[in-house]
Design a binder for this molecule. Sequence first.
Ligand code: ZN
Length: 135
Amino acid sequence: MNKKISNRQEIKSTIYRLRKERHLLETHLLNTGSQLPIWITTQYTYCKKGNCKCTKGKPHGPFYYLFFKEGEKIYHRYLSKWKLSQVNNLAITYKRYNEMLANINKINRQIDTLLRENQRQNLISIPKWIKEKKG
Ligand SMILES: [Zn+2]
């Protein structure tokens, strides 16, 4: 939505569309269940020993790690395949929830911009009789 929106009707229809989008996101978030506030990352390693497969471009892994925050500190833990299977869906739900929340914020900012533009188009200049300083 980078193009300059000048037309009032266009502002209106864009806001209506954004509202619908936001409504869907909000409904989805309200119906989301348990989430685990962790981030999972994947890593591949190269031992580079002798004739190892990794020297031929086939790395070891994937290895999974999780990160979590407590207070201001960030911790990380190795995740076995079994542990991964226990937390993966809950972590994905958490990630998706945050992404949708970010989308809602983006929509809100777009609506704010459009409403300001709408206002700008309707502003009238301050009349002379107000500007004039008369007893
Ligand atoms: Zn290797």
